[in-house]
Write a protein that binds this ligand. Sequence first.
Ligand code: CMX
Length: 434
Amino acid sequence: MLQLKQKLSEKIDQHRPRTTRLLKEFGEVKVDEVKIRQVIGGMRGLKCLVTDISYLDPYEGIRYRGMTLPEVFEKLPKPEGKQYPYVEGLFYLLLTGEIPTKDQVLEIVEEFKKRRQLPQYVIDVLRAMPTDSHPMVMFSTAVLVMQRESKFAKFYREGYNKWTAWEYMLEDAMNLLPKLPTIAAYIYRMKYRSDIHIPEDPSQDFGGHFAHMMGIPEPFDDVARMYFIIHADHESGNVSAHTGHLVASALSDPYYAISAMLDGLAGPLHGLANQEVLRWIQGMMKKFGDKLPSEDDMKQYVWDTLNAGQVIPGFGHAVLRKTDPRYMVQREFALKHLKDDLLFKYVDMLFKIVPPILKEQGKAKNPWPNVDAHSGTILWYYGVREYEFYTVMFGIGRSIGVLSNIIWDRALGYPIERPKSITTDMLEEIAGIK
Ligand code: CMX
């Protein structure tokens, strides 16, 4: 048995009595109250989901299993000579809550290597799709078409046991996760690199494999590790994580759940924002003749965007109320590797100029940049210039968190999700105006 599975099994055994006790003895204790603005307003702020994988503090940003991103980067084992840790180690951490030893990580690295090749039918399906399909459509389709491989679905058909179901979810996750970089790179090279594909290098870990299959040299392997780790999880209520959890709650297997969560991630207010950021900044660069504008000119451009009724992409957040630490991680990388790049200089200037303008406008609750304000810049610098691909990379990262969550969902026996809806008439009655 993998050390990961052994450890996870111990953790699950320790955790189950906590959930059982809360339900049995404290089931009627009130957690929150629901206001009309939350019922109409996308359930914003409502405490009605539980996850132990990550927690998003509005002022501090994301913590994975209690650790800030700098702590995660410092503590997880790294490949020899690399700046960022093994992505496989993050999977171990998110699942078990413990920092793995290098040996524990390398076991997963080796296991993933055995499972990352694509079945031919996945390639055939991708090749049969219209060539102008969005890469997120291709990515989601490739995941969905592999549903026939699901061990969880087979287990359900052949006699389901609620308490061992997580083992089959883990098995599916172990099969699906390592294939995601392979699928993504295949889509990339098929669509944008003359359909010329690169043979696998068996020495590569998760991040290195992605960079290699994309055909981009070092330090893009480290960019991939950093990028996948910072995008992995953002607690449970965001569209992608929540969709994954919701779909899996119907006992749909991880292939269904991941395909569905990718569809939510593809929305312009969520994962597609990184594409929008670059489109917007490059529009600005074109206007200013590929030179850095004066502060006043940039301010005017930002106001023009707002006055046209548009949002400033990459700024604001539904939960965060300060600069996203995922933005800061990327900024640190950029300051080290691409500080003279013009695009980065624009991003740097926007960091200074946009927040006071959003404050002055007074609408956005959070005027600070989020993760998406930066990510396209680094990818562009290393030659990934097809914006529509950026969300695919976000999707690889987010899958690590969603898979960890839905494995735990089954481990703790969470039920099918089914909130109650009411009509506008009923809301008006509750408000006392009818
Ligand atoms: N530019 C201009 N206006 C903004 C804004 C921005 N960046 N962010 C929020 N606002 C506006 C909202 O559109 C809203 O206006 P209306 O009242 O006219 O509808 C008002 O401020 C209040 O919104 P909010 O409560 O601060 O933000 P929400 O929780 O509703 O939305 C988000 C959050 C991220 C969708 C929003 O800030 C936004 O659209 N940002 C730009 C897109 C973006 O960067 N998305 C990526 C988010 C990260 C991720 O999930 O991947």
